[in-house]
Write a protein that binds this ligand. Structure first.
Ligand code: SAM
Length: 329
C-alpha cells in the first residue's frame, strides 16, 4: 500500500516542523513584530509525531526531514531524533538547521544515526548575518560547519537563499567554498511568502543569473541526478572537492517530481508548501483516532496535492500563503 497522488506521484518523503520557534528572526522568514507563538499544547507532542510517522511508514514513507522553526531549540529533540531513527522502515532521516546551536549537538546527532546535514546560511559576513537574522552568531555557525566536517558528516549542505539587494554579492564567495571544502553549496531562489503585516519580501534572483555569476569562477560540470535526489540541479566547479546545486522554485518549479507531504508544528498535514490547504491531524489524534483514521488522513492529504503550485509570481507583490517559520521550508 503506498501513497500515490492523482498525478501518479508516489509520496515517500515527510517533512516535519517540530516547532514554530526559532532563535533567529530572519527578515524574510519570520514576520517582524509581535507575532504570537503557538502555545505548548498547540504543538504536536513528540509521541504524536512518532505515531504519524509510524503510520506514514506503513504507507510507504521512507524519508523524514526534521525542520522548524529551529528544530534544535525544542527541548528533547535529540531524544526524538533517536526515537525516529529507530523506527523500522525509515531509510533516511535528515535535519535542517540554522546551525547556531549545532556545535553543542553534533556528536549526539551523529549518534542518533544522522550523517547528512543541511545548514541554512545566507551570508559569510558578520554584520550582514546580524542584519538578516537579528543576532550576531555567524561564528557559531561557521564553527559548527568545521566541526561537522571533522566528525565526518557527509554531505554537509549549505543552503543559501539568494535575495536581491541583500546577499546576491556573496554568490561567488559561497561558490568558491566548494573548491577546497567538500561542502554542497545550494543556491535557492527566494520565494515571496508570508502574508502577515511586517513581513519583508526581498526579490528573487533567477537561477540562470546565479549560474552565470558562479561560472565566472570556472565552468560548471553537470553531475548526473540520482533517483532519490531532491529538487536541486547538481554541478561541480572544475576540480572542486564540493558541489554546487541550484534550487529554482520560482523559475523552474519541480512540482512534477514532488514526492512530499509536510507536517506543520501545529499538527496539520500540508500537501503543498505553496498552497494553504491543510488537514488537521492533531484534532483527530486527540479525539482518539486509530491508525486507520490517521492513514486515511494521509491518503486524503495525498489526494489533495495540486498538480503544480498554481502560479509563479511575476510581480513581487504577489505572495504565497503561509509562513515559512511554521511550515518549515
Ligand atoms: N531553522 C531551520 C533552518 O534555518 O534551516 C529550519 C527552518 S527554515 C524555515 C528552512 C529553510 O527555509 C531555511 O533554509 C530558510 O532560509 C528557508 N526559507 C525561509 N523563507 C524562505 C523563502 N521565503 N524563500 C526561500 N527559502 C526560504
Amino acid at each position: 500500500m503506498s501513497l500515490v497522488d492523482p498525478f501518479n506521484r508516489t509520496i515517500e518523503y515527510l517533512r516535519i516542523s517540530v516547532t514554530d520557534r526559532c532563535n533567529l528572526h530572519c527578515l524574510y522568514c519570520v514576520p517582524q513584530g509581535d507575532i504570537p507563538k503557538l502555545k505548548h499544547e498547540e504543538i504536536l507532542r513528540y509521541e504524536e509525531i512518532l505515531r504519524i510517522v509510524r503510520v506514514g511508514i506503513a504507507l510507504g514513507i521512507k524519508k523524514v526531514r526534521v525542520t522548524g522553526g529551529e528544530p534544535l531549540v525544542r527541548k528533547g529533540i535529540i531524544h526524538f531524533l533517536n526515537a525516529l531513527s529507530s523506527l523500522e522502515g525509515l531509510k533516511d532521516l535528515a535535519i535542517t538547521t540554522n546551525g547556531v546551536l549545532l556545535k553543542h549537538n553534533l556528536a549526539e546527532i551523529r549518534d542518533a544515526g544522522i550523517n547528512r546535514l543541511n545548514i541554512s546560511l545566507d551570508t559569510l559576513r558578520n554584520d550582514r548575518f546580524k542584519f538578516i537574522s537579528g543576532v550576531d552568531k555567524l561564528d557559531d555557525v561557521l564553527e559548527a560547519i568545521q566541526l561537522a566536517e571533522k566528525l565526518g558528516f557527509s554531505p554537509i549542505k549549505l543552503n543559501m537563499v539568494v535575495m536581491k539587494n541583500v546577499n546576491e554579492d556573496e554568490i561567488e564567495a559561497f561558490a568558491r567554498l566548494s573548491l577546497d571544502k567538500p561542502y554542497h553549496i545550494r543556491f535557492i531562489e527566494y520565494m515571496p511568502m508570508g502574508s502577515r503585516p511586517g513581513h519583508v519580501n526581498p526579490g528573487h534572483i533567477p537561477t540562470k543569473q546565479i549560474k552565470e555569476m558562479v561560472q565566472k569562477i570556472s565552468p560548471l560540470e553537470r553531475i548526473l541526478r540520482q533517483r532519490h535526489d531532491g529538487p536541486a540541479e547538481r554541478y561541480r566547479l572544475k576540480g572542486a572537492r564540493g558541489e554546487i546545486g541550484f534550487i529554482s522554485p520560482m523559475t523552474n518549479h519541480f512540482c512534477n517530481s514532488c514526492n512530499r507531504l509536510r507536517l506543520t508544528a501545529e499538527g496539520h498535514i500540508r500537501p503543498c508548501l505553496l498552497s494553504d490547504r491543510e488537514l488537521d491531524v492533531k484534532t483527530a489524534l486527540r479525539n482518539g483516532a486509530n491508525d486507520e483514521d490517521l492513514a486515511e488522513l494521509l491518503r486524503k492529504a495525498t489526494s489533495f496535492k495540486p498538480k503544480a503550485h498554481s502560479l509563479i509570481p511575476k510581480e513581487s507583490s504577489l505572495l504565497y500563503p503561509g509562513e515559512m517559520s511554521t511550515i518549515g521550508g
